[in-house]
Design a protein around this ligand. Structure first.
Ligand code: DGP
Length: 125
């Protein structure tokens, strides 16, 4: 019997962050709890550039539902904790959630960028 139904690919779970969330790909976590993992962005845009991903696979902020309130809150709480741990809470941070093509999202798995360690211009490009 064909196993095609069981092997359907999903761009969210198959993404690099899906694999990191499932621990199929190891990362040096700077923070982890029941809901999220945080690790350094491989292409940093600021002296401190951390990504926070939920363990539950979600494509982006536009895909969040009522059921995700606790998880979405955990992403923000983790961002604040990461900023404190990495010494950028006092100078300030920016938390960015790119969603969809116009938002500049390149990895189809929800991730919050935490940027800090330098002054960040506004508006973004
Ligand atoms: P976005 O444009 O919001 O989808 O940002 C994706 C970010 O993810 C980008 O800043 C680069 C980073 N990134 C992509 N692949 C990897 C990876 O395998 N490891 C790490 N640490 N960061 C990655």
């Amino acid at each position: 019997m064909s196993n095609v139904e069981n092997s359907a690919s999903d761009p969210v779970t198959d993404s690099i962050f899906g694999k990191i969330a499932r621990k199929e790909i190891p990362v040096d976590a700077v923070y982890e709890d029941d809901f999220v993992i945080a690790f350094r962005d491989m292409s940093p845009q600021a002296p401190v550039h951390i990504l926070v991903i939920p363990k539950k696979p979600v494509e982006n902020a536009l895909a969040l539902t009522d059921a995700d309130r606790e998880m979405a809150g955990a992403v923000l709480v983790a961002a604040a904790e990461v900023a404190r741990r990495l010494g950028i809470a006092e100078s300030g941070i920016r938390i960015v959630l790119n969603a969809g093509a116009d938002g500049g999202q390149t990895v189809p798995y929800l991730h919050a960028h935490i940027l800090g360690g330098r002054h960040l211009g506004w508006p973004p490009g």
